[in-house]
Design a protein around this ligand. Structure first.
Ligand code: AGP
Length: 620
């Protein structure tokens, strides 16, 4: 997700835009840019790779005059993070400039059509295609800018929040949205637009929330009387009455989307971010999965004698889940390695090995070193990463981005569920290509993948209940988390979440391991979290719960909706919807994320920036 800001009014636009970009940097920060129309009618565009501060340094000695402008901070989806791909994008004649937050699914088709008309492109982005389409429409249909935007957006499939400048109309700023957020700020003879209200709140509390498929024309020349400077129509030219609301939230609350912490916001973003990680990859109409990183390198996966997964922390837990899925569906032996161990233990690595590196940040030093070692031995490197253009994907032969947007909370949540989805999709692709998964199971899992975001919403609906009973556990000094099969790694992940944000010691174990020592720990003072969905070895897990209850242990169970058996045994239960066993981690992890979060909040811990931790461990 990217951040967009626009301004038209009486002030110098540049400072308003730059401060607005800083407010939106939590949405993405791999490159940034600004477009301004100065007093001489020149349209100046300045762009820089990196954070907003890089843009400020670049523009320091440039002409930043003008009382109208647009600005953008990018989280790359199409095209590497660099200056050329940064927004704003000029149209070919350099008469127009555009900024965009979203994904245009059919940009390749639109681009080919424009190239056939002689248009050329400087960047790899879908956004440049849109501004060229708008100019092509404006010129060839001889229409004004608003109509050109309307006609162009009627051809677009995808999500967008855009703002467009036309240097021949410096008194007009045009914006539109579908699927990506867009807020208009209404001041005294000045207007603001942004992805959310954080760049606006210090200037006005009068806002208009733009709805899907609406186009907004902000025009100073007619701004004299009551807000006539704001005209809203649909992309089908239906006139809408602007509805002005009063902004209630503080700036700090706004950056977190109204949530108390980024971590809670990111936990609640998961249904959308999971859907984003599957967009364009899981095709429910054709019951098919298409992962370009696999398609382009099928032979390496089909000839692999072994797959080595290397990662750290939460990403390592995602790798453990991937081991179950790849061995079940693709029948390729998998080893899951802590990167820090793998890089130093002189491992045997063969040329026909496939090494999968998993990393949210793409900068974890141990994982980077691990794939450098693997590369030296000739292995094929496939990375699952969330940051386009980060060091790990750049060093990899291929990969798959998770596209969940910036994950600000140090404790990884939305990146983890997207990693699990991406790795499950990879396992399904390999298995289907090898013929080692039945068509029936493949179709069942593909169709269920499409249902998981909705099922996640139902789990999130229990947040208040989890918050209520979390309070009873803040006394605990120790927790044990238990799971079996696909949910053993979830037990590890739940324990890590609790440890890293509440500072309570917690351990994850395969549930059957209890008998081999840990059951000696069971007491009324040590809560035991058991992940017991109705799949796989459910009956065995029930026995493990009975063993714990027999020793007066206190059990918090994650169960399948409607479970009567475990619900009678456990002291607390949290229900998750039924799903395929291989997809159950996507649902069973959510209550554990919420449990850790609420315990940490009651304990007064710094949830988003826990002590001693960093979001990306770029040192050994
Ligand atoms: C997860 O909640 C932790 N913040 C940490 O274990 C993290 O997963 C680990 O440092 C790996 O980071 P990466 O995914 O960016 O490589």
């Amino acid at each position: 997700m990217c951040g967009i800001v626009g301004y038209i009014g009486k002030r110098k636009a540049y400072p308003v835009l730059i401060k607005g970009l800083h407010r939106l940097e939590y949405r993405g920060y791999d490159s940034a840019g600004v477009a301004l129309i100065n007093g001489q009618g020149q349209l100046n565009v300045y762009k820089a790779k990196g954070k907003v501060a890089e843009l400020e340094a670049f523009a320091a000695d440039k002409d930043t005059d003008g009382t109208i402008g647009i600005a953008h901070t990018r989280w790359a989806t199409h095209g590497e993070p660099n200056t050329v791909n940064a927004h704003p994008h000029y149209s070919e004649s350099e008469r127009l400039a555009i900024i965009h937050n979203g994904i245009i699914e059919n940009y390749a088709v639109l681009k080919a059509g424009l190239q056939a008309e002689g248009y050329t492109f400087k960047s790899d982005t879908d956004t440049e295609v849109l501004v060229q389409l708008i100019e092509y429409t404006q010129v060839n249909r001889q229409v004004e800018l608003k109509t050109a935007v309307q006609l162009a957006l009627q051809q677009v499939i995808g999500a967008y929040a855009i703002a467009v400048l036309d240097k021949e109309h410096p008194d007009t700023l045009i914006a539109a949205r579908k699927g990506s957020p867009l807020v208009i700020g209404v001041g005294q003879n000045e207007y603001f637009l942004a992805s959310d209200a954080t760049p606006i709140v210090e200037y006005t509390d009068q806002v208009i929330y733009v709805e899907d498929e609406e186009i907004v024309v902000l025009n100073l020349s007619s701004a004299g009387n009551q807000h006539s400077g704001v005209e809203i129509t649909t992309i089908n030219n239906v006139q809408k009455t602007p509805e002005i609301k009063r902004l209630e939230l503080s700036l700090s609350q706004l950056e977190k989307g109204g949530y108390t912490h980024f971590m809670l916001k990111e936990i609640f973003e998961q249904p959308r971010t999971l859907a984003d990680s599957m967009r364009g990859r899981v095709n429910l109409r054709q019951d098919n999965i298409a992962l370009s990183g696999f398609i382009d390198n099928k032979d390496r996966f089909l000839s692999a004698k072994r797959i080595i997964i290397t990662a750290c922390g939460t990403s390592w837990h995602a790798g453990l889940i991937a081991m179950y899925a790849i061995e079940e569906f693709a029948q390729i032996p998998v080893e899951v390695e802590y990167s820090s161990e793998f890089r130093y233990r002189k491992p045997v690595i063969n040329r026909d090995d496939v090494v999968i590196a998993i990393s949210q940040s793409g900068e974890t030093a141990d994982t980077l070193a691990a794939i450098q070692l693997a590369k030296q031995h000739g292995a094929f490197i496939f990375s699952v990463c969330n940051v386009v253009g980060a060091s790990i994907p750049r060093l990899s032969d291929s990969g798959c981005y998770t596209h969940v947007g910036p994950e600000i909370g140090v404790a990884s949540t939305k990146a983890f569920t997207a990693q699990v989805a991406a790795l499950t999709m990879l396992a399904l692709c390999i298995g289907r290509e090898k013929g080692t998964i039945t068509q029936e199971l493949y179709l069942r899992v593909v169709r269920e993948l499409g249902q998981v975001p909705g099922k996640m919403e139902r789990v999130l609906g229990q947040n208040k209940r989890i918050a209520d009973f979390a309070k009873t556990f803040t006394y605990a000094q120790n927790f044990i988390y238990l799971g079996r099969g696909y949910n053993y790694p979830v037990a590890l992940e739940g324990a890590l979440k609790l440890k890293e944000i509440s500072y309570i010691h917690a351990e994850g174990y395969p549930a059957a391991e209890m008998k081999h020592g840990p059951i000696a720990l069971v007491s009324q003072e040590m809560p035991v979290v058991v992940i017991a969905p109705k799949c796989g070895t459910y009956e065995k897990v029930v026995s493990n719960i009975q063993e714990i209850k027999a020793r007066k242990g206190k059990v918090i169970a994650i169960v399948t909706e409607g479970d009567q058996l475990v619900s009678r045994l456990a002291d607390y239960t949290i229900e998750v919807p039924q799903t395929e066993e291989c997809l159950s981690p996507l649902l069973t992890v959510v209550p554990l994320q919420l449990l850790a979060y609420h315990i940490a909040v009651v304990k007064g811990c710094d949830v988003d920036q826990p002590r001693n931790l960093a979001k990306s461990v770029t040192v050994e």
